[in-house]
Design a protein around this ligand. Structure first.
Ligand SMILES: [Zn+2]
Length: 335
């Protein structure tokens, strides 16, 4: 079995050139992978569109109609920073379909693991609202479809922004766990340690808001003492990584101060819990670094780790945060 990369040129129909979330993002990633020795080890797959029935199980009819209408007229802004291009109803369903396809292939052992190289991103799209560059929730739709087949899914989100949409969709569910670290205060303003889920889902949402420039060591400590121990106890059948590279220190929308190599390290550590991993592209806007961030994670998926010179020193101390998270989560997990 090989590592699968899901990609389609169709994703780049979703384009507004001067918007940070533009088609160049996928072009620089593809350039980087084509020049990499990893390229020969990959299986490229073209995605199929997500069925409309699944879309309606996760998103409201009003929200779907709004994207549909904007997609027919073309080039419409759905909020201050989220645009819809002509044909985006299909393009966004293709992105979500890509993550579902990769996830299904990994679960069914048709692929070792996968990277869904999709646009537009998804983690801000909530049940009722497209927002923050995201039209539909790609990772959430895939997780929902597999949870219906009695699979436990962990979504780990390392984007600099909190994935409010993913959190909200699964807030009262225990079949899909959502874990996130993110910069705070920052867009969209959610993701406090006290947000741990509700009802059946209490304890199944894990949030670590971090300060500016916190760096690799702090995140590494959080992984070892919080995210990974909880993931181990949750025993997921599949891990979907919401791979947002705007947490890299050079990202113009970021500020967490992480090095490129930490992204690979995250995948490496989660592989010890469950090797069935699908990464899906969320944010990340620095075109000089995006390709390297992607290769760092791809190398771990393929089994040929890539390291890049990227010295950066974090300033973060997460002792207080860990204390707070333990207080919130101690009743649900052995920490
Ligand atoms: Zn982001």
């Amino acid at each position: 079995m090989t590592t699968q990369v899901v990609f389609s040129d169709e994703f780049n129909k979703h384009d507004t050139a001067d918007h940070p979330e533009n088609a160049d993002r996928l072009y620089v990633i593809l350039d980087a992978v084509e020049q990499s020795p990893l390229y020969k080890k990959l299986t490229f797959v073209t995605p199929v569109m997500l069925p409309e029935t699944l879309l309606y199980e996760v998103h409201s009819a009003e929200m779907i109609q709004r994207v549909k209408d904007a997609s027919e007229s073309g080039d419409a802004w759905i909020d201050l920073d989220t645009y819809v291009c002509k044909g985006d109803y299909e393009t966004a369903r293709l992105a979500a379909g890509g993550v579902l396809q990769a996830s299904t292939d990994v679960i069914e052992e048709k692929a070792k693991n996968a990277f869904a190289l999709v646009r537009p991103p998804g983690h801000h799209a909530s049940a009722k609202r497209s927002m923050g560059f995201c039209l539909f929730n790609n990772a959430g739709l895939a997780a929902h479809a597999l949870a219906k087949k009695h699979k436990r899914i962990l979504i780990f989100d390392h984007d600099v922004h909190h994935g409010n949409g993913t959190q909200e969709i699964f807030y009262a569910r225990k079949d899909v766990m959502y874990q996130s670290f993110h910069l705070s205060p920052h867009y969209p303003g959610t993701g406090a340690p006290s947000e741990i889920g509700e009802g059946d889902g209490t304890g199944y949402t894990i949030n670590a808001p971090l300060g500016y420039g916190v760096g690799d060591d702090a995140v590494s400590l959080l992984l070892d003492t919080m995210f990974l121990p909880i993931a181990r106890q949750f025993k997921p059948h599949l891990i979907i990584v919401s791979a947002g590279y705007d947490s890299h220190h050079a990202d113009q929308l970021g500020g967490l101060g992480l090095s490129v190599n930490l992204f690979g390290e995250i995948v490496r550590r989660f592989q010890t819990i469950q090797p069935n991993i699908v990464c899906t592209l969320e944010g990340g806007y620095n075109l000089q670094w995006l390709g390297k961030c992607f290769l760092s994670q791809l190398g771990e998926l393929v089994g040929e780790p890539q390291a890049f010179p990227d010295p950066v020193h974090g300033s973060g101390d997460v002792a207080e945060l860990l204390k707070k998270m333990r207080q919130e989560l101690n009743d649900y997990w052995a920490l």
